[in-house]
Design a protein around this ligand. Structure first.
Ligand code: AP5
Ligand code: MG
Length: 213
């Protein structure tokens, strides 16, 4: 099962991805998490990506496509995978579709998690994330059992640099301009499924499971 998660910043892609990956036993591939890990390690990719991420801009397509295509070519992706935050531009989607087509493969589901913008800002400003496993929390809605400590792996729970209000607003704008056109790109493919992301996270997960079977 090859799944793409679409949706604006803060829609709950990472939150649902952790649960989907566990239930359907597919690797969770988050380009945002891969870039953050590279930033933390100070790799050449991380140094380049950081320039864009801290401003709320997309990392250039040429740094993203090969990275994902290499990742999904690994052994653990043989039975499928879950892409969280990729593709993010029509160029990335076209590049990836051509890559899959050459292997006789295709995406099975594009889940578009929909949430109105006024609900997203409080979600993002209150978000905290595990630095180790990437599990998202929220200071009000889903705090970890012990403050600052991940329930799952014991890693440090921290606030992302790009979750400051000004940067978040920029990310919304970038989403509208560069990522929202993907909804039209996938319309008509028979793969696109809108998911109501405004509900509680258990209900959202239930809707996704009903669809994936
Ligand atoms: P990325 O890490 O992908 O960030 P994003 O798309 O902005 O999405 P978020 O991670 O902010 O939100 P989410 O939908 O995962 O929400 P979450 O589950 O955490 O990308 C970061 C940066 O990397 C980009 O800006 C770009 O620079 C770069 N990048 C990454 N991929 C790229 C690509 N392909 N091309 C170019 N550049 C790329 O939930 C948010 C909060 O809400 C949490 O606190 C959570 O607890 C809470 N919450 C979740 N569900 C619910 C619910 N149902 N009800 C209430 N609260 C909820
Ligand atoms: Mg995320």
């Amino acid at each position: 099962m090859r799944i793409v998660l679409l949706g604006p910043p803060g829609a709950g892609k990472g939150t649902q991805a952790v649960r989907i990956a566990e239930k359907y036993a597919v690797p969770h591939i988050s380009t945002g998490d891969i870039f953050r890990a590279n930033v933390k390690e100070g790799t050449p990719l991380g140094l380049k990506a950081k320039e864009y991420m801290t401003k709320g801009l997309l990392v250039p397509d040429e740094l993203v496509c090969d990275l994902v295509e290499d990742r999904v070519s690994k052994e653990d992706c043989a039975n499928g995978y879950l892409l969280d935050g990729f593709p993010r531009t029509v160029f990335q989607a076209e590049h990836f579709d051509a890559f899959l087509k050459a292997k006789g493969e295709e995406i099975d589901y594009v889940l578009d998690i929909e949430v109105a913008e006024e609900q997203l800002l409080p979600r993002m400003i209150g978000r905290r994330v595990c630095r180790n496993c990437g599990k998202p929390y929220h200071v009000d809605f889903f705090p970890p059992k012990v403050e600052g400590v991940c329930d799952v792996c014991g890693g440090e729970v921290y606030q992302r640099d790009d979750d400051r209000e000004e940067t978040v607003k920029n990310r919304f704008r970038v989403y509208q301009e560069q990522t929202a056109p993907l909804i039209e790109y996938y319309t008509g493919s028979g793969k696109l499924a809108p998911i109501d992301g405004a509900k509680g996270q258990d209900e959202v997960f239930g809707e996704i499971c009903a669809l994936l079977g």
